[in-house]
Design a protein around this ligand. Structure first.
Ligand code: URP
Ligand code: ZN
Ligand code: ZN
Length: 468
């Protein structure tokens, strides 16, 4: 018997900032050795001509979760984790969403049940929609279980918190060593804009973008940063979609504030013009914040290369193009009643690879940081996100030359469409290894429902020591 259960050999390995030809020895689910040449191994996988990346970690995805309006996502943990795997991931951190009035113990129990069919290792961010005194008193137990991030919404009926509640959450987060994530859009500005548009009879999907202008995002991000500074608490701004929003995050970080942010693949490759399609086709592109324009895409890419964002996520929010999803309120509806969200977990990494690495905008080390190392460090996923001895053997072997046009329909998920249909993407994951076991290979998901484990995360540690 060899010292290694598995050796991945001959590939170009992305190990932190280093991009080197190396072999990887795996034992008992962990990376045991990284060297120029490793002999032996009970199993050997030839990665010649391939790139070996840390398995992707998707920290913004909605799986088996009801929206504020009560619409259940199409993906459960079985299909959602399968799609994530096919897209080069080895870990997901979806949300556990509190219903107003609900005890946190019940929220966590419900999501642990839902996640029991996950094929991938997973954790949760806790969405707090009702942070009253009793709920805050329950938080220590949630932290102790390794759920060390919350999310609040500044808009959306059913889940939004007001500024006083937001402060309560920030203060509790600070006390317990958690980080608060925020969906930052001004509820007042959106409601005023929506009312004006509807009064003018402007009800088609294309008006969705106008109803959620860049100023609504900028106002809310600025306020969130002020509230976090007042509370002395760290803040993570999710799905930054505007140049002004990105500049606010960058400026706060440059001034030494504990503020971080992400953008999402859809804001890099789609625009608000996609909402203006015949009939209700535009509903396929309704998400919040909304899609913007080409100039904003260029600005977000500039912020990616400047290091403003910790990660680029998918905000996978899969609602089918039918009555279970987009049209839960009927077919003949104004844009305000369409379920918000786009699917994208399976294509997040191929899109970022193709548009980022293959297009020459970012390097392989940047790609690994934005898709694995960055989120792992920020969210306390200590044993994942890097290829180094001692880390979980979570690896994705990519063929950088493979090119494919995204076909219609879902992409390994439970969806009936993808907003990325027709995109030609260069660079695809070929084999995914999760804790040392082949989990996806040659187009087939091999990992079974239930193979994934819950990952207890460390408390928020500020700008953590760099991943090795
Ligand atoms: O439109 C979106 N992004 N829906 C999912 C929920 C959220 O706002 O993140
Ligand atoms: Zn959001
Ligand atoms: Zn989201």
């Amino acid at each position: 018997m060899s010292a290694f259960d598995l050796v991945v050999h001959g590939g170009v390995v992305v190990a932190g900032e280093a991009v080197v030809q190396a072999d990887i020895g795996v034992a008992a689910g962990r990376i045991a050795a990284l060297a120029e040449r490793i002999e032996g191994g009970d199993r050997r996988i030839d990665a010649s001509g391939r790139i070996v990346l840390p398995g992707g970690i998707e920290t913004h995805c909605h799986i088996a979760q009801e929206s504020g309006a009560g619409v259940m996502t199409a993906d459960d943990y079985d299909t959602g984790s399968a799609a994530a795997l096919a897209g080069g991931h080895t870990c997901i951190v979806p949300f556990a969403a509190q219903r107003r009035g609900e005890r946190l113990a019940d929220v966590m129990a419900r999501y642990r049940r839902r996640a029991s069919v996950s094929r991938l290792d997973h954790s949760f961010h806790l969405i707090l929609s009702d942070p009253n005194e009793a709920v805050v008193a329950e938080l220590p137990e949630v932290f102790a279980a390794g759920v060390t991030s919350f999310k609040v919404f500044m808009t959306y009926e059913g889940v939004k918190v007001d500024d006083a509640q937001f402060l309560t959450v920030l203060q509790a987060a600070r006390a317990h060593g958690a980080i608060t994530m925020v969906h930052a859009e001004s509820d007042a500005m959106i409601r005023a804009a929506q009312a004006a548009l509807l009064a003018e009879g402007r009800t088609e999907p294309k008006w969705h973008a106008e109803a959620r202008p860049p100023a609504a995002e900028a106002e809310a991000i600025a306020r969130a940063i002020r509230l976090a500074a007042f509370a002395g608490a760290p803040l993570f701004v999710v799905h930054v979609s505007t140049e002004e929003g990105a500049a606010l995050v960058a400026a706060a970080a440059a001034a030494g504030a504990a503020v971080w942010g992400e953008t999402c693949t859809q804001y890099l490759v789609l625009t608000a013009d996609d909402l203006d399609r015949p009939g209700m086709e535009g509903a396929k592109y309704v998400c919040a914040p909304p899609l913007r324009n080409r100039a904003t895409q260029a600005a977000l890419w500039r912020h990616i290369t400047a290091g403003t964002f910790v990660c680029v996520t998918s905000d996978h929010a899969p609602y089918r193009f039918d009555e279970t999803g987009k049209f839960h309120a009927g077919r003949d509806i104004p844009f305000t009643a369409i379920a918000n969200g786009l699917p994208g977990i399976g294509l997040r990494l191929p899109i970022l690879f193709s548009e980022g690495v293959a297009a020459g905008r970012i390097g392989l080390a940047d790609f690994a940081r934005l898709t694995a190392g960055g989120p792992a460090r920020l969210f306390g996923i200590e044993r994942k996100g890097a290829i180094a001895p001692g880390m979980d053997a979570d690896l994705a072997i990519w063929d950088p030359e493979a090119a494919q046009v995204v076909p219609p329909g879902g992409w390994h998920d439970a969806m009936d469409y993808t907003p990325y249909e027709g995109m030609r993407l260069t660079g695809w994951p070929e084999t995914v290894i999760a804790r040392g076991r082949v989990a996806f290979d040659g187009g087939r998901v091999v990992a079974r429902p239930g193979d994934g484990r819950f990952v207890a995360r460390a408390p928020f540690g500020g700008p953590r020591t760099p991943v090795p």
